[in-house]
Design a protein around this ligand. Sequence first.
Ligand code: NAD
Length: 499
Amino acid sequence: MTVYSNPGTPGALVTFKPRYENWIGGEWVKPVKGQYFEDISPVNGKPFAEVARGTAEDIELALDAAHRAAPAWGKTSSTERAAVLNRIADIIDANLELLSVAETWENGKPVRETLNADIPLCSDHFRYFASAIRAQDGDHAELNGDMVSYQFHEPLGVVGQIIPWNFPLLMAVWKLAPALAAGNAIVLKPAEQTPVSILVLIDLIGDVLPPGVLNIVNGFGIEAGKPLASSSRIRKIAFTGETSTGRLIMQYASANIIPSTMELGGKSPNIFFSDVAQEKDAFYDKAQEGFVLFAFNQGEVCTAPSRALLQKPIYDDFLSDAVERTRTVIQGNPLDTATQVGAQSSNDQLEKILSYIDIGKKEGATLALGGERVDLGGDLSGGYYVEPTIFEGHNKMGLFQEEIFGPVLAVTSFTDYDDAISIANDTLYGLGAGVWSRNGNIAYRAGRDIQAGRVWVNNYHAYPAGASFGGYKSSGIGRENNKLALTAYQQTKNLLVSY
Ligand code: NAD
């Protein structure tokens, strides 16, 4: 096991700059209004860097740079762009530990997640889209005997991207990789809670892309995100964040008929059918692990399995085993590779989670585990830690309907197949779901009947490049992570030629 040193301390792998600017036109640019905000590490609750506080003026500068760069970048061949994406992937792999520690320090998630999942997935997504753009075919058809119809993919031009704080680098890459592969120039606004890890990446890859192809403007939602989404100078806005914010962004973009991709919130059901417990074997063990995943990444996952549905005959025993297993999860210093649950991303997030725990108690849910803030002592006592928490109740409760975005699980029971599907679908959301059953017929049917863009069957929480990802209902519009994302960053040109 390794415990990485805090950034900036002697022997540390990462030393942040004291101040980060915006990245515009291939260089660091001070914010027009000269204002900065503090970036706070949730690991210890202390500020570690200042970051440019961008406004509409900075967004305009970034759009100028993107418009200068877009025509030439859009005309590069798919082979050239694929080579650039593969080069970025190589650089990410070569800096795995550095990027993992930076991401963990800024976001609070355990370094075992960033080392083993987040950062490797970043390079893999660049490689996937490098291959996907090279493999993309056009289309043609002979029409009316003397006419041929050709379909071409063209880049959109300049696109805007706005991302959240829960997987800061991976959320950026999910958007950057397809947009770059398709030949677009980009203005991206990171979340104000976690702007720095993408800027650390820019320090590594900044000169791999032509100046102006990728521009980053930091800042807050209303001050920097709104002018970007409202601009008539973008051809698309791609957003990941809360459903309520997505609604606003669609309104801003509609004024200019700008299409949007929306990756929004979730309240994902994780369904355990009785046959799971017919033997306490390896399958049972895996299902128990799948239950406990609600606590991983501190529950700050859009597809966190935040509602567990247990079939009545196994409810008591399965839950009691799962509660015991959750007690053994290691919560601690996020920079320790043994740690499984780290810090919530910000103080606001911590307060929000604690208030939901209060709401759960007031609405009569039964607390089966946790429910308290955790003080890890020493250096970490200012950090934002919450116990993995399990409530029992029913699906009409706020705990079951609202996205808490913390390690708080709501558990209920169901009678039969129809009851399970009805409870699972009784939500505004439709992002992810889990189904656990030894019976292939039940698992397949449930997978098809649940209204969600991603259903994990007898597993949970894998995000391989190539598997489409996105929401039904209020969880979003559009798909990321597979070739569908490419066409969402492209115009279709039809050339109708007589001969
Ligand atoms: P958020 O909506 O508060 O903020 C997301 C981004 O939008 C930030 O960059 C923020 O500055 C910006 N923003 C806020 N208000 C804005 C406005 N009026 N105009 C323009 N930009 C604005 O979300 P969050 O709290 O950062 O992230 C958590 C949410 O993200 C959760 O709901 C989670 O489910 C969702 N999420 C979804 C996915 C997915 O793929 N579906 C993935 C990760 C997170």
